[in-house]
Design a protein around this ligand. Structure first.
Ligand code: DLL
Length: 433
């Protein structure tokens, strides 16, 4: 089984665009009449649903932001009455109210089918045993993946995140061959497993479907080596659906955005103008098949590049490159833009350190200081001071030459930085406190 939905996944682009336009027009018509927020936004722009005559007209539609969802908390953007909603999820905001998302039965079915697509892309089939270590609950990761596995007809192990020893036991006893989790938690599973003497080469585990946080190519290599798997990227966000908006195929050249359901644009976050294909900017997504929460031009804040080039896997859907960070994650250190994922990528070039790190930013007087705490690999910790100084110097120079910013490197003992069973915290910015 190469494709889950061959017709839509390999649809010629012209046909795909006709489908997108048709679905976009229906969505626009629907939100105009059922969501006062959009009605007002259209009126303000002097726009009528009939004005959307081509995909090019997408750029005239209003944006939707996370703040809009917050302002409409909890159900203000829903376009169906509560009796049609069968599931609610929410994303935990660090400040204020969470953003609430709802699904009709049909929305849940479409979502499950899109996750089934992702699993098939990762080599899954009815015989697969999928260990789902994304958190269950209001977070969309756990239940989103769960229904997709059932839709595919594979066996889901709904273990959720955490309790790593139990994860390892189940992985061995249940013969899990697909692991779904955040990349940082997968790494933790790998490390703890190796310490417990587990030989991953002897396990049937073959694929990791990792997402929900940015991760680097070097992290992929680590995960593939340590777990003896193919590690693929899955992208999504609750406001648009949850996991499964895009999925990387084994060509590993970016993630296919499921364009029969989502229309993607990349904009300049400052001017808000759409950028031509191939240019880096903020990803904006319009969901064109959702019933409960159809969303127009959602500003994801995620930074990526779109690539329409033909893919060797036969899928015709546009690919997005790895998300390097979020516009609101970007650290500005003495005027230089720094993304945590760039720091990760540099750190992982060095075999002497572990992929566990924490970036702390301080302001001393007028000067920003970035300190990178990174765990030393076990055999390095007892090394001579001179060797450690030399390593610190090498890492510092590499950070300076790649990121153009100087950083203090602080080695910490193996396993001393906090581990997370979900999204890892990579930055503490004390300047904001
Ligand atoms: O993280 C949904 C998800 C669950 C995706 C499981 C993949 C796997 P939220 O909690 O709403 O939803 O967070 C969405 O997480 O805007 C990105 O900033 C980040 N993100 C998600 N996937 C990736 C990825 C889920 N593959 C936010 N690479 C998004 C980088 C990602 N960042």
């Amino acid at each position: 089984m190469l494709y889950w939905d061959e017709k839509h996944e390999t649809m010629p682009r012209e046909e795909l665009q006709t489908l997108q336009l048709h679905r976009l027009q229906k969505t626009v018509e629907k939100v105009y009449h059922s969501v006062p927020f959009y009605y007002d936004a259209f009126k303000e722009k002097g726009l009528e649903p009939g004005d959307i005559k081509s995909l090019d007209d997408l750029k005239h539609l209003p944006f939707t932001t996370k703040q809009d969802l917050r302002n409409q908390y909890p159900y203000g953007l829903f376009s169906v009455p509560i009796e049609d909603i069968i599931r609610l999820h929410a994303s935990s905001g660090t400040t204020g109210k969470p953003t609430v998302v709802g699904y009709t039965e049909n929305d849940i079915n479409i979502w499950a089918n899109l996750i089934a697509r992702c699993l098939v892309i990762g080599g899954g089939n009815k015989k697969s045993v999928v260990q789902n270590a994304y958190g269950y609950g209001l977070f969309t990761g756990g239940l989103g993946i769960h229904h997709g596995v059932e839709c595919l007809g594979a066996a889901v192990v709904p273990v959720s995140g955490g309790n790593t020893q139990r994860q390892l036991m189940l992985m061995q006893d249940f013969n899990s061959n697909i692991l779904t989790s955040t990349p940082s938690y997968a790494l933790h599973i790998a490390d703890e497993g190796r310490e417990s003497g587990i030989d991953f080469e002897s396990l049937p585990l073959s694929t990791g479907i990792f997402g929900a946080e940015p991760w680097s190519e070097n992290m992929r290599k680590q995960l593939e080596d340590k777990l003896n798997i193919t590690a693929l990227d899955i992208y999504g966000l609750s406001e648009v659906m949850g996991p499964g908006v895009a999925m990387e195929c084994p060509a590993k050249q970016g993630s296919h955005i499921f364009e029969d359901h989502f229309i993607a644009e990349v904009i300049d976050p400052d001017t808000e103008e759409p950028l031509p294909n191939g240019q880096q900017g903020e990803l904006v997504i319009t969901a064109v098949t959702k019933e409960a929460l159809p969303i127009l031009r959602y500003r994801t804040r995620d930074i990526t590049v779109l690539d329409e080039k033909k893919c060797s896997c036969g899928r015709t859907h546009t690919r997005m490159k790895r998300v390097t960070g979020r516009t609101d994650d970007m650290l500005i250190i003495r005027g230089v833009n720094v993304f945590p994922s760039q720091v990760e990528s540099v750190l992982l070039e060095f075999g002497e350190t572990e992929p566990h790190y924490l970036i702390e930013v301080y302001r001393k007087g007028e000067l920003d200081t970035m300190e990178i705490k990174v765990e030393l690999s076990q055999n390095m910790f007892s090394d001579t001071v001179r060797n450690l100084e030399e390593l610190e110097h090498r890492i510092r120079s590499r950070i300076l030459s790649i990121l153009n910013v100087s950083a203090r490197i602080k080695f910490v003992e193996s396993k001393s930085l906090p581990r997370s069973a979900g999204k890892a915290q990579r930055v503490i910015d004390y300047r904001k406190l």
